[in-house]
Write a protein that binds this ligand. Structure first.
Ligand SMILES: Cc1cc2nc3c(=O)[nH]c(=O)nc-3n(C[C@H](O)[C@H](O)[C@H](O)COP(=O)(O)OP(=O)(O)OC[C@H]3O[C@@H](n4cnc5c(N)ncnc54)[C@H](O)[C@@H]3O)c2cc1C
Length: 324
């Protein structure tokens, strides 16, 4: 049954693809009137993804000042758009833009905001959410009430993606949002050094733990990741011992991920790490210790030294891709 509730999903689409958090959110809203808002442009590849989720309309918010994702410009653009378009609920993945703008929006509209939830349910007009506390050892149930629109950000990688196949064509509407000059100036933006997919959106993640032993060993994981088109991750042990950079951290204090395949090399499986990989579809653990906690939840296990196993996997996969 179609609900009267109108939901706006604010998406961090790049030109070709749409982030996983957006698809996870859309997949949880069957039978709900939902629209997507994107800052700037979107290309057909991303539109094709969105269409699968029965979205009524894609709104492209356009203004010159949005080009470099200036957070204040994004805030003003969305505020302007929402002043003339009524929504009951506004949701986004927990991106840096959403972290900047959602608290201000909820204060502007004097309505509720829940940040970084792990799951949510919309039943008729009732919106509830679940948020992990203390690294997933405690779950808090939240429920919205009072004036709308209600605002919520969902932790990237927290939702598994339900693919809807019976979507239909949706309108794409451009909105010239009047944005007065921002008081924030983006002086410089630095692109990531590699072409690997972002950790939170990757279908395959190869991650290293303290078992890497020394910083140079990360190269073995990079070679495997590049053979598979994967992203790179790391445990708290590896980051703490400076075997891998901080931005690779997966887990409670790092990125939460939902890849199709997670390859954990020399990672024991501490609760803080498991909090970040709960939504991985399949886990392959490579470890010298058959009794390490990660082995209990791994779908596949290779017991042995990652220094031997990882290069062997790279060789086999490279040879297989050349044979194609
Ligand atoms: C508040 C707080 C927040 C935290 N947040 C995070 C977080 O977000 N993410 C996170 O990951 N951690 C986090 N931690 C740290 C976490 O508690 C663990 O210390 C950390 O995850 C352990 O990393 P590890 O598995 O790499 O190391 P270890 O537990 O030391 O495990 C190393 C593993 O490598 C294996 N190994 C050793 N040599 C080899 C080899 N040659 N080949 C194959 N296997 C080998 C060992 O058998 C072992 O299983 C947090 C801790 C705290 C207190």
């Amino acid at each position: 049954m179609q609900s009267d509730t109108r939901v706006l999903v604010v998406s961090e689409a790049d030109l070709r693809s749409i982030n996983k958090a957006t698809l996870g959110i859309l997949g949880k809203l069957p039978g709900v009137t939902k629209e997507v808002a994107v800052f700037g442009e979107i290309e057909s590849g991303a539109v094709d993804h969105i269409r699968k989720y029965d979205v009524a309309r894609i709104n492209l918010l356009k203004a010159d000042t949005l080009k470099d994702r200036n957070p204040e410009a994004c805030l003003l653009a969305l505020m302007t758009f929402m002043e003339s378009n009524r929504f009951d609920i506004v949701i986004s993945g927990t991106s840096s833009t959403a972290c900047d703008i959602f608290p201000v929006l909820s204060a502007h509209f004097c309505s509720g905001f829940a940040a970084g939830v792990d799951d949510f349910h919309l039943t008729g007009e009732r919106l509830s959410a679940v948020k992990e506390l203390y690294g997933g050892q405690c779950l808090a149930d939240l429920e919205f009430s009072g004036d709308k629109p209600w605002f919520m950000t969902v932790d990237s990688g927290a939702l598994s993606i339900e693919v809807c196949r019976d979507g239909h064509d949706c309108e794409i509407i451009e909105h010239d949002v009047t944005v007065f000059p921002s008081r924030i100036r983006i002086c410089n933006t630095k692109k990531p050094a590699s072409d690997r997919p972002p950790l939170q959106d990757a279908d395959i993640v190869v991650a290293g733990g303290r078992g890497l032993g020394e910083p140079g060993t990360l190269r073995l994981l990079e070679e495997l990741a590049d053979t598979m088109g994967a992203s790179l991750g790391a445990s708290g042990g590896a980051v703490g011992d400076e075997l891998a950079p901080q931005e690779y951290l997966v887990g409670q204090t790092g990125t939460r991920i939902s890849p199709m395949l997670y390859i954990a090399c020399g990672i024991s499986g501490a609760t803080q790490h498991l909090a970040g990989i709960r939504n991985a579809k399949k886990i392959l653990a490579i470890n010298t210790d058959a009794d390490t906690p990660l082995m209990r939840i791994a779908d596949y296990a290779v017991i042995g030294d990652l220094n031997a196993i990882v290069p062997a996997m790279t060789r086999i996969l490279s040879a297989a891709s050349k044979d194609k």
